[in-house]
Design a protein around this ligand. Structure first.
Ligand SMILES: [Zn+2]
Length: 335
């Protein structure tokens, strides 16, 4: 049985953020009213919630987990925004590092609505299946340590956008577009007025730990159970069709070198799918996939000029490799 390497040991790390009295160290401002908040998930700079403020009104894009909510509320206070002035909690998809905290957060935001994809809505209103599925992946103890208690959201407070639905935040218009490929219950948020996009997991992962002289590294996330390589590449193309000037990833925050990153993202999605096909019939498929994915990522990091050694690369990559390979195996079984 493959391990989720490191997750168990590192679960306690989440408390580093909650104990950090000075929230400012967890905030990164990007202009246009956009601030990334470190949600304190697993390790620093792994997962962000984005706070968007316009004309005194606010929205969160993704929430982290229930355990992240103190950070989010502290960020509001630091920005001098009253919780009553938060209009939206935008959950890009219902994976728990993105939407696990939405229920608890909504309890603190009397006027907010929570926008969730039509395929994810029932899971936020009635999270028992989400909980059971997550416990199946992580085990009960790790699940509790990573995610805490999931709080259901009153269905009357959910907003369920169709593809292409527009919402208002203060003076700006946000366009919500359905973007399958990472998850069927995924949408992205296009900030039309500022030419920016909040991509959840659709544009992949770009940890700041991999930056080399400001140059960004990108890799796909192919978490179970909906990975679909061609749909994901089409969604990346759709994001780029809006000609954004910056994209904000949940993992982690702003990237700017978008033409290069979009091309590399699609190449790497297809490389992961090819790796899956090559390993499909192997008796030791799981092992081959994991070894192959580490080698592939390490080669891309060499090309990127990343100086970290083998141990450092494993620290930064192993959790994603494990989830990615599980997702690719589910995809192979679906073929
Ligand atoms: Zn996800």
């Amino acid at each position: 049985m493959p391990q989720l390497a490191g997750w168990h040991d590192r679960a306690g790390v989440r408390s580093w953020a909650l104990m950090n009295a000075d929230i400012s160290g967890l905030l990164t401002g990007f202009g246009a009213g956009i601030t990334a908040i470190d949600t304190g998930y697993v390790r620093p700079r792994l997962a962000a919630s984005h706070l968007v403020i316009d004309s005194g009104r606010a929205a969160f894009v993704d929430t982290g987990t229930t355990l992240s909510v103190p950070n989010l509320l502290a960020a509001l206070a630091a920005k001098d925004v009253d919780p009553a002035d938060v209009d939206w909690v935008l959950t890009t998809h219902v994976h728990l590092d993105h939407a696990g905290g939405a229920g608890e957060l909504m309890r603190h935001l009397p006027n907010a609505r929570c926008a969730v994809h039509p395929r994810g809505a029932r899971h936020l209103a009635e999270p028992s299946r989400l909980i059971a599925g997550s416990i199946a992946v992580y085990g009960e103890a790790r699940y509790r340590a990573l995610y805490g208690e999931l709080v259901p959201i009153d269905a009357a407070r959910l907003f369920i956008p169709e593809d292409g639905e527009r919402i208002r935040l203060g003076g700006r218009t946000l366009l919500l577009i359905h973007t399958p490929g990472h998850a069927l219950h995924h949408y992205c948020v296009v900030d039309l007025d500022h030419e920016r996009i909040f991509s959840g997991d659709t544009f992949g992962i770009s940890y700041r730990d991999f930056d080399v002289e400001g140059r960004e590294f990108i890799m796909p996330t192919t978490t179970p159970v909906h990975f679909d390589p061609e749909a994901l590449c089409a969604s990346v193309d759709r994001l780029m069709s809006y000609r954004p000037r910056a994209i904000y990833l949940t993992h982690y925050a702003e990237v700017r070198d978008l033409e290069r990153l979009a091309g590399e993202m699609k190449d790497r999605v297809r490389a992961f799918a090819d790796l899956g096909r090559r390993c499909a019939q192997a008796p030791d498929r799981g092992m081959k996939l994991r070894d192959g994915m580490y080698s592939m990522l390490s080669r891309w990091l060499d090309g990127h000029g990343f100086p970290g050694d083998r141990q450092r690369r494993h620290e930064l990559l192993d959790d994603d490799i494990e989830l990615n390979c599980q997702g690719i195996e589910v995809w192979l079984e679906r073929q």
